[in-house]
Write a protein that binds this ligand. Sequence first.
Ligand SMILES: Cc1ncc(COP(=O)(O)O)c(C=O)c1O
Length: 370
Amino acid sequence: MTEKREYGDDYPDKTLYIPGPTEVREDVIEAMSEPMFGHRMDRMTDLYTTVVEDTKEFLGTDNDVVVLTASGTEFWEASTLNLVDENILVATCGSFSERHANVAERLGKNVDRLEYDWGRAVKPEDIRETLETSDTDYDVVACVMNESSTGVRNPIEEIGDVVAEYPDTYFVVDAVSSLGGDYVDIDEHNVDVIFASSQKAFAMPPGLAICAVSDEAYERELETDSASWYGGFQRTIDYYDRKGQTHSTPAIPIMLAYRKQMKHMLDEGHEARDERHHEMAEYTREWARDHFGMFPEEGYESQTVSCIENTQGIDVAGTIETVSEKYDFAFSNGYGSQLGEKTFRIGHMGEHDVESIEALTDAIEDVADL
Ligand SMILES: Cc1ncc(COP(=O)(O)O)c(C=O)c1O
């Protein structure tokens, strides 16, 4: 039985270097404290249409964009219900991609896994071979773009190009911890559905899920019996087209924060944002290789979350705790019992820059006596 632990008023603020939530700008936090208004008022239409159209512009996509009160998890479920009649192929290479497969199983779909050891990346040629040789007709191929548990960035552009050769198979990408910090040309690479959570590289508070949906995926939903109500592409997109609003009451304060932050993201532009993330990732990898090693297969390291192999056998949990106490910086241990002490993870996403990441690596060097 869980017992109540009264929430207090005096927690020290920690700078977040975990793989999300990440740091949120002060004016974005402040944007949430406006008096409430109704979700059917014109003001809501102004807010939601701004949020949706600005997101399309930032992502550089002509596909429809849905911003829903939920976390990214919603779109594991909704994309499966909306697009999969029977068969889905999920490439699994870590905890989150495995969970995607579990969700689809729970929904009663026939799930085939293309399994990789943790730390390895999904290869387009394996996807091609599976699609070419399998007797199963897959409704969906699903792949995580950034496997947050292992710090692997999968080559979803090349995988999308392979899936494009199979017009009856839809390509679903979990980009929860990378979209907004690692640019992908959605339209060019046949990505039918790509989704993210607001608290990761978008650097917003948690509570909204962002999803871009191709016209083909929208049409496909008409043919499936199991389409989701809450995350149905038709319901969400049609409601937007008719009214410029969401089908049910959204988390208005977080939408206000979203609007503010998306303006910052547009001011920076996706190319500059991508480049800044690239620089942070390069810096972190270089530091990691000087002192430890990188966990992911070489050439597939994430641009937003570095998973560092603890080759020195430092006390990961102890280091995290002392860095937190002494510097008020929070970073993460490895994922689950398998990687807990063998790796640690630094989230270099959102509004961080090389300088702020250097402050963390200096702190780790001090505490772990590197
Ligand atoms: C790759 C990936 N997919 C899905 C999720 C689930 O996202 P959420 O907790 O926002 O629903 C996470 C969360 O960390 C993730 O990293």
